[in-house]
Design a protein around this ligand. Structure first.
Ligand code: FAD
Length: 318
């Protein structure tokens, strides 16, 4: 079922969902099932699975030469989505990125998803490879989420890359896009980034999932700005509790978000890792209660392979 249908069927009640990362190559899918098993009691109508582009590793040969090898550390997104749908009867939402795919490969991936009965995709540009300073599009691939979105919309209209296909089947994907209440880090200013978000919505995005944030006023201002500019699709807040003091440094560095002073000072004052975890959970419980009161359609958690804190929070919110 489409995410927009799940939200409509809830008639204003806030839903719960979460995001999973595929296991590192060579690891078992059991960690995915363990996370889902821990959170199934809260009836998630959908579960997201991230997509990870290839990165480079360097292998040293006996003659001293270094060989650069491209490899994907976390493969398996599409198969995990199929496994989730099969085992749990819950809608799986694969993330689909521009990086690492030619247009042809993108189309074939979408055909796989369509045949698997997957109704939703979150379309993204994707992160830059660690070895590259900036995002580098794959030759023959899409450069921005808008391009990928356009491709999915065309398939939804029965138009595939090779126009000689007659009577082609229309896919019917419900399409999500990313939104940044604190702006995307590459954009010169909030308004420019917002204009591109507006473009994604005008091109036919069905829902927005936000980057994580720790200050609800940022989400609320973002929703208000969207509504003022005729963006009327659901805006799903992405949430992650702080679980270690180190995240005061790593989260802003990786996700380009602010940690409010009140939270960072409280974490600095904690006497143990346990106290930090408890504080992170308490902060997120308060955030979630406010977001429910504000009318957020879904509370969407970035579990990052650790369902424990999410479970503690959701128990106190729903
Ligand atoms: P875009 O919307 O393409 O925007 C990228 C930048 O270009 C922005 O600065 C924007 O302002 C600008 N821009 C947008 N359109 C245009 C245009 N047409 N012309 C010029 N400039 C433009 N990454 C992964 O690799 N895998 C994942 O599974 C994944 N999941 C994510 C889930 C969520 C909810 C979020 C918020 C992010 C996720 N990311 C993931 C990270 C994401 O790929 C990065 O933040 C990436 O840098 C931007 O992706 P985007 O889709 O927002 O890009």
């Amino acid at each position: 079922m489409k995410i927009t249908e799940h939200i409509n069927n809830a008639k204003g009640k806030t839903l719960f969902s979460f995001e999973l990362l595929p296991p590192v190559k060579g690891q078992s899918i059991t960690s995915i099932y363990n996370t889902i098993d821990a959170l199934m009691e809260f009836n998630p109508p959908f579960i997201d699975v991230t997509y990870h582009r290839e990165d480079y590793i360097y292998k040293q040969h006996a003659n001293g030469l270094l060989e650069r090898i491209a490899y994907r550390k976390r493969p398996g997104t599409v198969a995990i989505c199929a496994a989730i749908m099969n085992k749990y009867k819950v809608d799986a939402v694969p993330h689909l990125i521009c990086g690492g795919f030619t247009k042809e490969e993108t189309e074939n991936a979408l055909i796989d998803l369509h045949f698997l009965g997957i109704d939703n995709v979150l379309v993204l540009r994707g992160d830059a490879r660690k070895a590259d300073k900036d995002f580098v599009p794959t030759p023959g691939g899409h450069a921005y989420a808008t391009d990928l979105l356009q491709h999915v919309k065309e398939m939804n209209n029965g138009k595939y890359l090779h126009e000689d296909i007659e009577n082609s089947e229309r896919t019917d994907f419900c399409i999500g896009v990313a939104g940044y209440p604190e702006k995307h880090f590459e954009a010169p200013n909030f308004q420019t980034d917002f204009n591109y978000l507006k473009k994604k919505v005008d091109m036919g995005a069905d829902f927005i999932v936000t980057q994580m944030f720790f200050d609800n006023s940022k989400y609320k201002a973002f929703v208000e700005q969207c509504r003022a500019h005729d963006i009327n699709i659901p805006i799903i807040p992405g949430l992650k509790p702080i679980t270690s003091a180190r995240q005061l440094i790593t989260l802003p560095k990786i996700f380009h978000i602010d940690i409010p002073l009140e939270l960072s000072e409280a974490i600095d004052a904690c006497k143990s890792p346990h106290a930090v975890r408890e504080l992170g959970i308490e902060w997120m419980v308060q955030q979630c209660k406010e977001l429910v009161a504000f009318g957020a359609p879904v509370l969407h958690f970035y579990t990052m392979g650790n369902p424990g804190p999410t479970k503690r929070i959701v128990e106190q919110v729903f």
